[in-house]
Design a protein around this ligand. Sequence first.
Ligand code: SF4
Length: 487
Amino acid sequence: MAPLSKSLFVAGVQCHKLLWWKVHEPLAVELQPDKVLLDRFDQGQAVGELARDLFPGGTLVSIDRNRDTRLTLTQRALAAGTPVLFESAFQTSDVFVSPDILQRDAGGNALIEVKSASSQKNEHIVDAAVQAHVLQQNGVELDRVEIMHLNKEFRHPDVGDLFARADVTSSVRDLLPVIPDVVRQQVDALAGPLPTVAIGRHCDEPRECPFLKRCWPDDPRHISKLYRVGIKTAASYMAAGVHHIDDLPKNAKLQFPQQRQLKSMSAGTMIVEPGLAAALADFDVEPLGFLDFETISRAIPVWDGLAPWGPAAAQFSYHESRPDGTYRHVAHLAEGPLDARPELARRLVDATANARKVVMYSPYEKTQIRSLQSAVPELAAPLRALEDKLIDLLPVVRDNVYHPGFRGSFSIKDVLHPLVPELSYNDLVIVDGLVASVEIARLLFVADKIDPSERDRVRRDLLDYCERDTWATVRLLQELRKLAAQR
Ligand code: SF4
């Protein structure tokens, strides 16, 4: 079998079953990268290339796909005394690694692993330790190991340093003695049948496993389907013997929405609290607006004041009620690579000027309007006025309504189907905010590489998606009013 790559080793540390599937079923649908993952990969590559600029005189050994070529070129560069090697290659009989940066100077040998994350994480230590192990086996003793990551304090274009460096030498040294055993266990696991691994916390640590749907039950009564219980909390419940919602002890301390969920599930019917009508009173104004943003999030920030991965609004959809019961709709989607926020803010202020209240679903829109106040200071006052008009519909649903079809979630998509069954996202091409974010970034920054007909189609898809979000909120409010009136 081919030696394990570093990323396979890291997957194996998370779970042997995940490793086994990655090696023996590489074409599994769960492993095919989607647009979001491909974008992450591209952004990580851009971060890696930028990091190299901080090591002038460094030599890119090879990014050839052929491992043997890379191994040979690395040995040649080492023999020639090359002081900084990018993408060098080393292997043992079981593991192949390619350190991002290997620096050799009077201070000794340093391994510098570049990460596009905006902080140093525990998983980076495992990643660096397996590389240190392979280098050691190749006669390269390391004096220093660093994680070079994006600095969350950086602000575009030049406030602070884009990169921060964390010295992880001692953590890596602590881990080194166990690496050979961990490698052996992984190799053994791969030589056998699919390993048996119970589901647990590791399914979400250090990252969400792509095989969750294969391993976790889809049972709506599973404890992971209790409101606010994600994988980690579900794992704690399971460790205590609570696998199903019905296993919860009678005296379990539950939040009100969780208690309502339990009642609704055992009755098999929707529960509507008497307080719904009062909770909707704030929404009884005209004209009433409905707002939704889509944002971009770039590892290397692109517009003034943005931090690495900092979100920036680039699209909005806005519906506003008219006295005759119809709604007007305004949409805006940025074009071109220049800072989209000033024009977006102007159009937003114009569109919402007459509304007495503006409905959002979750506080995300408020956060974005606050960011716009700093990004577009000349419109700070009207944006503040808009912020004051915002009202959130999500807590109204969460605190007053539960339908068994919510499956423990109050996201707009999860509540929409049970409450407004005729309206869905199924007819749309883009149905997910993360995909929308990646597509907007593609339109803004690499439009010249996209065929014009595809560009038009993606713009249309994005406009349809954002419009659906605000229309879904309009329809949801209408249904909630009906439910309140029926009580
Ligand atoms: S879902 Fe959990 S148990 Fe299944 S492969 Fe992933 S990490 Fe392993």
